[in-house]
Design a protein around this ligand. Structure first.
Ligand SMILES: [Cu+2]
Length: 484
């Protein structure tokens, strides 16, 4: 690939995470009203310089990865212009926000597409506060140059009324893979969640495997990895002083991978999950994030040196998933020390001894995989039904104001990051334990395990639920809720 060095430097000068409110003069043209947008987001093909040797062409927001940090104020109306300079219609989803259907960015709910070479202006009141994100929401199925396989993801920070804790500075980290390709059989970590497999679910899975006994379906693997669009060792290290308290906002912007992150000699004090303050902040040696999960954690910098903050997977870290944390006056090469095994347990952040409010209604779903059933891709069924992209028919009705408890039973060995649009939910049961007070919009459902969560139907309109693993959602793992 021939690359114009000047173009590249121009791109690099647009420092990731910069705000863009005033920088796009062309936003004035083409608009339906004369009011100036608070933000302009432009979807177009561009280059990500993961390292001087690894320059990747993909679809980006405002020519950069990650897309610009969109800083908003809770409840304060915002106008966003979204231009689509690509040849295919796009959807921009405001993940984790309580927005109406015409803003949310999901065609299944009825959001209009941003037409190819066209634009849409949207207006909304940002909420809830804190760490959210935005990403594309089209359906790539077997096209790895579309959807979340591209570089279309960026952080959103909605200024909260209360800060989650005392800290000296904030650092946003967006974890992402590049150069996807199809493979058969992956090597993703599966044994890091607490809880035990349930025999009955294993049996259901075994029966499905006997029925669909051909080769396993395609998985997606990646050649290159990076944090904020840079491979480990590239770009500037995070330079810190001893005694500083750094609040990390970590986003797993993967299309389907689970990520881990450790900083040798340090612990993460987790203060928020998916942007929502947790009832019990707790120290952990490792962060685990399913696709689309966010963690906000404070690290007290009290272990001088030059460290690799990276993924536990040697191969993924070796291909770029990490960054360097450098204390002032420290010398030498960045050090990586593998942490001791640690099981991820959501419930340690919950309200001890409490129960969520009693639900008004309950729904139960059993998740089954049909190996290679759709042209070599696995098909996913919930209670025997795979979501149809052709009809996009709502399957379940909810009533405004009622509280629903959803129970998911996983008859597959895969971990599923379950996501509900336009609402948050409260975890009630996870990893074989009850819990309360943990508010999220994505939760990992372990292999052959169960999870339960509650949500209040308080944001009328079609509401999409799906697994955030792109391959799973594209091949059946999705349903639409309708407000009656
Ligand atoms: Cu899944």
């Amino acid at each position: 690939m021939s690359i114009n060095r000047r173009t590249l430097l121009k791109g690099a000068a647009a420092i990731p995470l910069a705000t863009v409110s005033d920088s796009f003069a062309e936003a004035a043209e083409n608009q339906t009203s004369s009011e100036k947008a608070n933000y302009t987001i432009r979807i177009a093909t561009g280059l990500v310089e993961l390292s001087p040797e690894h320059i990747v062409s993909t679809t980006l927001y405002n020519g950069q990865f990650p897309g610009p940090l969109v800083r908003l104020a809770e409840g304060k109306q915002v106008v966003v212009d979204i231009y689509n300079d690509t040849d295919t219609p796009e959807q921009l989803h405001w993940h984790g926000q309580f927005v109406p259907v015409d803003v949310d960015g999901a065609a299944e709910e009825g959001t209009l597409y941003i037409p190819a070479h066209g634009m849409r202006r949207i207006e909304f009141e940002p909420k809830p506060s804190s760490f959210r994100f935005y990403h594309t929401h089209v359906v790539p199925t077997n096209n790895l140059s579309l959807g979340t396989y591209t570089g279309q993801a960026g952080p959103v920070y909605i200024e909260p009324v209360n800060n989650p804790g005392a800290y000296d500075r904030e650092v946003f980290l967006v974890l992402k893979e590049f150069l996807p390709s199809f493979s058969q059989g992956g090597d993703m970590a599966m044994d890091f969640l607490t809880g035990a497999p349930i025999n009955e679910l294993r049996e259901i899975g075994k029966k499905a495997d006997e029925q669909f006994n051909g080769p396993k379906g395609y998985e997606v693997g990646y050649d290159l990895f990076g944090i904020n669009g840079k491979m480990l060792g590239q770009g500037d290290p995070i330079r810190i002083k001893q005694g500083e308290r750094v609040l990390f906002h970590v986003l797993n912007a993967s299309a389907g991978e689970i990520r881990s992150l450790a900083l040798p000699g340090h612990v993460f004090r987790i203060v928020a999950l998916d942007g929502n303050p947790v009832p019990t902040p707790a120290d952990v040696p490792v962060l685990w994030l399913g696709t689309a999960e966010r963690i906000s954690a404070i690290v007290e910098m009290n272990h001088p040196g030059i460290w690799v903050m990276g993924d536990l997977d040697d191969d993924d870290r070796g291909h770029g998933m990490g960054l360097v944390v450098e204390y002032a006056n420290a010398k030498g090469k960045p050090q990586w020390i593998k942490p001791r095994p640690y099981k991820w347990d959501y419930t340690i952040f919950g309200k001890a001894g409490a129960n969520p409010a009693s639900p008004d209604e309950r729904m139960e779903f059993t998740v089954v995989k049909h190996n290679g059933a759709l042209n070599g891709f696995n098909q996913w069924l919930l209670n025997g039904e795979a979501f149809s992209m052709d009809t996009m028919k709502p399957t379940y009705s909810v009533h405004e104001g009622r509280r629903y408890r959803l129970k998911f039973r996983n008859a597959s060995d895969d971990i599923h990051p379950l996501h509900l649009h336009r609402h948050s939910f409260e975890l009630a049961w996870v990893g074989g334990k009850p819990t309360a007070g943990i508010i999220k919009d994505v939760v990992m459902l372990g292999g052959f395990q169960e999870v339960e969560f509650d949500f209040v139907a308080d944001n009328p309109g079609l509401t999409l639920f799906h697994c955030h693993q792109q391959l799973h959602m594209d091949f059946g793992f999705m349903f639409l809720l309708n407000y009656a």
